[in-house]
Structures are given as structure tokens and as C-alpha cells.
Design a protein around this ligand. Structure first.
Ligand code: DON
Length: 564
């Protein structure tokens, strides 16, 4: 018996690269032409149908965004915003920032109760929590510059899903019955009526139809983004805001612009890294953390080992300290990007890592930079048959956003104002400490952790990756990339591998409970304050491995990968 076991073990070792635990119980989805990985199966199918009928990845991204707004209302949206990273088949890249912006009346202390000097929860729940939504403008900009198919054709699948309905999944039904969701949605009659069916939430398999949303989407289909920002939808939206003490006006809507930015680019061990620029804090973080790891040989200890996890946690801790101080909307605050990515600075941060001991976060401040010119989210990834790649993360912020559905419009609004330092010096909903760089100001964009990222190998498309999950996003994306580049995993293994998360403050290391108990013990011995958690995040990723697309949906959720 023992002999048989040792033969089996030897075989298993021979079949997988040393140090790479094969944890996935399933294979990635393989396809030759195109691939969509998204959080919800009807949206994934709608995206694949666009690709199959000759649309490109940008076309499919528009359809998936609007379809998720129907079938995954906790995070998919037209009442929120996000980021789209595009790498075209010709090798050029661009980034569309369609994140929410603060209304004109916003001010630094708008959420501070003058009587107590403390923050209220108005940045989280209710009409005052929303930034001006950007999704519809963002999709319009992406489509007008990079799409191929007619806009109407791309919006139609979402109209149909809203009008005809779709069977509610197990996960969606469960999420509606959670106490937090029930409480949040019940506060607002329109949300209660639509999403909780007036107190009788949908069960798995029941058909969920959304006629109000279908009418809104049909207007967007017929009149374009103009309807949402200047037309009938804008008028109803602004009137409902005014009637409930909200801050967003018709002028705010009219003035909203999606912004095309240059992605942040860098390299790691010879791979190209194309990632999200400010107002995302993710891209700089991923590059800085990769830089700190380079040359440490941390990967020699093997994937999932206490040594490798310790190094990963320590670089996370260091980056998040910098994030608290140096990141904000680049149109309002000079983000010291060059200094944060300066190799000398990164080397000095690397040298401060003790291989044997966790650095207490209290003793670690944001780094001293070289002088610089003073001057419930969801992700989907798409690759098409021409080799265009799109990586989109967009969000309402909290699960089901602010809880508000404007009367008659059928879509939930974001509570993205909480991503600002609504109460500077005090942690926000994700426990993040943030300072003046991210203080509220009119028209400003709140700092984000959303980090759509693309990796190239020998100048060719290699990985498309991203995730929801607040600050854990940056670390999830980082870990998934390391799993492929440093530990030789295929796309599914890389996604399924247990995750950790550190964000400097609070000084605790979140560890998925699938990490082995003795590894956890070793991390504790190094001084990490371990907090076990069932699940961190939800990566949607695609790898181009030779001629094959390898799609990986995250087994932690009901996400699906589908190709053709
Ligand atoms: O932009 C951000 O960083 C946050 N609004 C993301 C929120 C999020 O990922 C919640 N999801 N699970």
C-alpha cells in the first residue's frame, strides 16, 4: 500500500512542475476563435454570440456590460462606472475611464455631520451616495472608436433579457435573501418592488422580468447614450434625485465625460505588463509589487509555501502604505507615478523586507519618494478571433450599490462616493485609510482599486485578467499573474489557487481557508496576524497559449467561461 502510494506520489510529481500544487479539479475552457469570461452565464452567452456573428471584442464588451446590468444587478450596471482596458490586435493599447465623478455640489466634508464631527453613512446608502454614473458613456466611447457592429444590435440582447426575463440562479436567489441586501433594498420602495418583489424575493429558476429597465435600455438602444445623459432617462433621473435630496442634477449628467487615458506599462521578468492608470490605484500597485519581488527568488520556495506567501504579503503591505498617501484622481492630484515606480525606490522597499519576520504595519509608513515634479463590482475578459483583447471591471461599489432605484428607470445607483476619503484619516467601507489625495471635490473621480490588466509575452497577447473585490482586486490580479508567470500554472489553476490579501492597515493577513493549516501556522510564526476567510474575490481571466485560448471562470462564484 505504502509502495503504491509512493509510486502515485512520484507520478504526480513527475507530471506537474516542482512546487506547483495541482489544485484545480477542472480544466480551463479551450477555444480557438474567441472567448468571454463573465460573472453571469446569460451575459457570457450574449458576448459570445456577438463574437460569433462577426463583432469584435469591443462590441462584445458593450453587450456584456449592458447584459450584466440586467442579469447581475448586484454589480453589473448602468448606474455605476468602471474601467475598460483594450489591447488591439495591432499591439496598441488604450484605457477608457468611465468611473463615476463627484457632482458639482460635492465638497470635502459633505458626509461629516456638523453636530458630531463624525461621518454619517450617507456615502454608503441612499440618494446622496452616488457619483455621476459613467457606464453608458463609457460603452458609447469604446464603441464609437473601436467597435464594428451597429450600436442598436449590441444593446438589443440586454433589452431582450430585461423584457423577457431570465431564470434566477441559485447564487442570485441566495444573495437577495441575505440580511444585508434585504435591509438595504427594503429602504427604497422602488428597489423593494423590483428586486425583492415586494418582500417575496425570487427563488432559483423563477423568471425575473424587468419592464422598467427594458424601457430604459430600449431608449438607450434607439437614442444612444444621449438618452441617459440628456434625454428622457436623464430628466426622470434628475427629478427623482431632486425629490429625494440627492445631489446629481441634469447639468451633472449633461457634463459627464468618459476619459480615454494611457495605460500604465512596465515589465516583469521579460513579460510586458499593460495595466490600469490612476484614478485606478491598481496598475501602479501591481508593477510596484512585481518590482519588489524581482530578484528575491521567492518563487523557488514553491506556490502556496509559507515563504512565498510571506513575500507576497510583505510587498502588498508596502504598496498599500503608499496607496494611502500618493494615489488619487490624476486630474486633481499629481500622482508621483515615476517616483513610485522608480527602481531605486522599489529596491529600497524590497531591502526592508525581513525574510523571516512580518514587518508590523505600524512601523511602516508610506515610503519617502525621490523628488518628483511638483507639479460589488464585476469583471469580464474577452478575446476575439482577430486578437483584440478587452478587460473590463465596473461596479456599483457595494453589493446592490446605494440601494436606490430611481423611480421608473429600473436600475440601481452606485454608492461610489464612499471610495473617496469621505472621512479623511478614518477607514472607509473597505477599511482603507486614505488622505488628502483622495478628498472629495466637485467633478473629481474617487480613487479605485479596479485593475483590469493585460500581460504580453514576446510582444504578443498572453493574459487578460481582472476581478471585483475592493482593495483585494489589486492583490488578486497580482497573485493570479504570479501563479502563471512564476509558478507555471495553467489559467484555471492560477485562478483556483488559494489567495491571501494584505492592505497595510488593518495589520492583518487575510488567508483563504483552503491554505493548508501548517502553512498558516508558519505564517503566524513569522508574525503575521492571520485572519481566515472563506473566499477572496472572483477572477475572470483568459490566457492565449499558442493557438489556444484558455478561459478560466472563478469557482468561487457562478461565473462562466465560454468560447467558440
Ligand atoms: O473602485 C473600487 O475600488 C471599488 N468601488 C470596488 C468595489 C468592489 O470591488 C466591490 N466588490 N466586490
Amino acid at each position: 500500500m505504502r509502495r503504491l502510494l509512493s509510486i502515485l506520489l512520484a507520478l504526480a510529481t513527475a507530471l506537474s512542475p516542482v512546487g506547483t500544487p495541482v489544485l484545480s479539479a477542472r480544466q480551463p475552457v479551450h477555444a480557438k476563435h474567441g472567448m468571454v469570461v463573465s460573472r453571469e452565464t446569460h451575459a457570457t452567452d450574449a458576448g459570445v454570440a456577438v463574437l460569433e456573428s462577426g463583432g469584435n471584442a469591443i462590441d462584445a464588451a458593450v453587450t456584456v456590460a449592458l447584459a450584466l446590468g440586467v442579469t447581475h444587478p448586484a454589480a453589473g450596471n448602468i448606474g455605476g462606472g468602471g474601467f475598460m482596458l483594450i489591447r488591439l490586435a495591432n499591439g496598441t493599447s488604450t484605457f477608457i475611464d468611465f468611473r463615476e465623478r463627484a457632482p458639482a455640489s460635492a465638497s470635502r466634508n459633505m458626509y461629516i455631520d456638523p453636530a458630531t464631527g463624525k461621518a454619517t453613512n450617507e456615502s454608503v446608502v441612499g440618494y446622496r451616495a452616488s457619483g455621476i454614473p459613467g457606464t453608458v458613456r463609457g460603452m458609447e466611447l469604446a464603441h464609437s472608436k473601436y467597435g464594428k457592429k451597429p450600436w442598436k444590435e449590441l444593446v438589443e440582447p440586454a433589452v431582450k433579457l430585461a423584457a423577457e426575463g431570465f431564470p434566477v440562479s441559485y447564487g442570485y436567489a441566495q444573495s437577495l435573501q441575505g440580511k444585508g441586501t434585504m435591509d438595504r433594498l427594503s429602504k427604497f420602495p422602488e428597489s423593494k418592488r423590483i428586486f425583492l418583489r415586494d418582500g417575496k424575493p425570487y427563488e432559483m429558476g423563477e423568471i425575473f422580468k424587468q419592464p422598467d429597465l427594458a424601457r430604459t435600455l430600449a431608449r438607450i438602444r434607439d437614442n444612444g447614450a444621449k438618452d441617459f445623459y440628456e434625454g428622457e432617462t436623464a430628466r426622470l433621473f434628475a427629478a427623482d434625485m431632486a425629490a429625494h435630496g440627492g445631489d446629481i442634477t441634469l447639468d451633472d449628467l449633461r457634463g459627464y465625460k468618459a476619459i480615454e487615458r494611457k495605460p500604465v506599462e512596465g515589465s516583469y521578468k521579460g513579460y510586458g505588463v499593460i495595466t490600469s492608470p490612476p484614478p485606478s490605484s491598481g496598475g501602479i500597485g501591481i508593477l510596484q509589487m512585481m518590482g519588489m519581488l524581482e530578484g528575491t527568488n521567492y518563487e523557488k520556495a514553491g506556490a502556496g509555501s509559507a515563504t512565498a506567501l510571506h513575500y507576497e504579503a510583505e510587498v502588498m503591505r508596502r504598496y498599500f502604505a503608499d496607496r494611502s498617501e500618493y494615489l488619487g484622481d490624476p486630474d486633481f492630484f499629481k500622482v508621483p507615478m515615476t517616483a513610485l515606480l522608480n527602481p531605486k525606490y522599489i529596491a529600497s522597499r524590497r531591502e526592508s523586507i525581513d525574510p523571516a519576520k512580518a514587518t508590523p504595519s505600524e512601523s511602516l509608513r508610506p515610503g519617502v519618494l525621490a523628488p518628483y515634479e511638483s507639479n460589488e463590482t464585476t469583471h469580464y475578459s474577452i478575446v476575439d478571433s482577430e486578437g483584440n483583447a478587452v478587460s473590463v471591471t465596473y461596479t456599483l461599489n457595494a453589493f446592490f450599490g446605494s440601494g436606490v432605484t430611481p423611480t421608473g428607470l429600473g436600475f440601481l445607483l452606485n454608492d461610489e462616493m464612499d471610495d473617496f476619503a469621505a472621512d479623511p484619516g478614518h477607514p472607509n467601507m473597505f477599511g482603507l485609510l486614505q488622505g488628502e489625495s483622495n478628498a472629495i471635490a466637485p467633478h473629481k473621480t474617487p480613487l479605485s482599486s479596479m485593475s483590469p490588466t493585460i500581460i504580453t509575452k514576446d510582444g504578443k497577447l498572453y493574459l487578460v485578467v481582472g476581478a471585483p473585490g475592493g482593495p483585494t482586486i489589486i492583490n488578486q490580479v497580482f497573485e493570479t499573474i504570479l501563479n502563471v508567470l512564476d509558478f507555471g500554472m495553467n489559467m484555471q489553476q492560477a485562478v483556483d489557487q488559494p489567495r491571501i490579501h494584505h492592505q497595510w492597515m488593518p495589520d492583518s493577513l487575510s488567508v483563504e481557508s483552503t491554505v493548508s493549516p501548517d502553512t498558516i501556522e508558519l505564517l503566524k510564526q513569522k508574525g503575521h496576524v492571520v485572519r481566515l476567510t472563506n473566499s477572496i474575490g472572483d477572477i475572470a481571466a483568459i490566457r492565449l497559449d499558442g493557438q489556444w485560448l484558455e478561459g478560466a471562470a472563478d469557482g468561487r462564484t457562478e461565473a462562466t467561461a465560454k468560447g467558440y
